[in-house]
Design a protein around this ligand. Structure first.
Ligand code: FMN
Length: 224
């Protein structure tokens, strides 16, 4: 199982810890895990060249290439972020913005057989909302099956988390790891992905608002 991990923060705090608790239980070799940090990617300038013309015109393309390659090769894509003001970190959102052209509404890379995991932590509230937002990005890239792992510490730091919630968290991680280990190699995209993919195919066939997008869907054999 090949895993690509995209961290929405550079420090190794609560979120990094949670991600690694999951990684330890996934059936894969260490060398099959590639980890990336997205802080170094320049801020999206909104030129929209990636959508309208060619993603290689993006001024930050070089910073994206190795991550994109790893994601394409991965069976499981994990993205994590602490909850910052009820959402993912700005740097992770910026990374996602650089992949807007890969939404199913534009020119997706086929990720329907991949598993996505959105991981988030919060001091109090909003970890679930953040994990959901991360999974939503992956769903729009066409990732076939997504799982959320969210944890509210309700404590100032990890060492202060009491035994009961930590026990519950470990159980949750074990359950999720089992699901991923079982799903690996036999992912069937869910109803939402299938329906959206079909809808987007119809849109690109009948509306053809952007020639390069229609060509992309044709070249991949998704529309005739
Ligand atoms: C800028 C900023 C905004 C935050 N906003 C929230 C918030 O809205 N709700 C919350 O419960 N925790 C919030 N937190 C706390 C973090 O989400 C929480 O401590 C998290 O576990 C930190 O993870 P880390 O150790 O990986 O950075 C915020 C922290 C920072 C630095």
């Amino acid at each position: 199982m090949k895993i690509s991990v995209i961290h929405g923060q550079t420090h190794k705090g609560n979120t990094y810890r949670l991600t690694h608790m999951l990684l330890e239980q996934l059936e894969c070799k260490k060398e099959d895990i590639s980890e990336f940090y997205v802080n170094g990617i320049g801020l999206c300038v909104g030129c929209a060249q990636c959508i309208y013309k060619d993603e290689n015109l993006c001024p930050h393309r070089n910073g994206m290439l190795s991550i994109i390659k790893a994601m394409e090769e991965a069976d499981v894509i994990i993205m994590d972020s602490p909850n910052y003001c009820m959402g993912m970190s700005g740097q992770l959102k910026n990374f996602c913005d650089h992949l807007g052209y890969r939404w199913m509404s534009h020119r997706p890379f086929d990720m329907r057989k991949k598993i996505g995991v959105g991981i988030a932590t919060a001091a109090g509230m909003g970890a679930g909302k953040t994990a959901k937002a991360i999974c939503s990005q992956m769903s729009w890239w066409s990732v076939g099956r997504t799982f959320r792992l969210a944890f509210a510490l309700n404590a100032a730091d990890w060492e202060e988390v009491s035994e009961k919630p930590m026990g519950k968290l470990k159980k949750k991680i074990r359950k999720l790891a089992n699901k991923i280990n079982r799903s690996y190699g036999r992912v069937k995209p869910g109803f939402k992905t299938r329906a959206l993919f079909k809808m987007m195919a119809l849109m690109h066939k009948n509306m053809a608002w952007n020639e390069i997008e229609t060509a992309h869907w044709k070249d991949n054999g998704w529309i005739s």
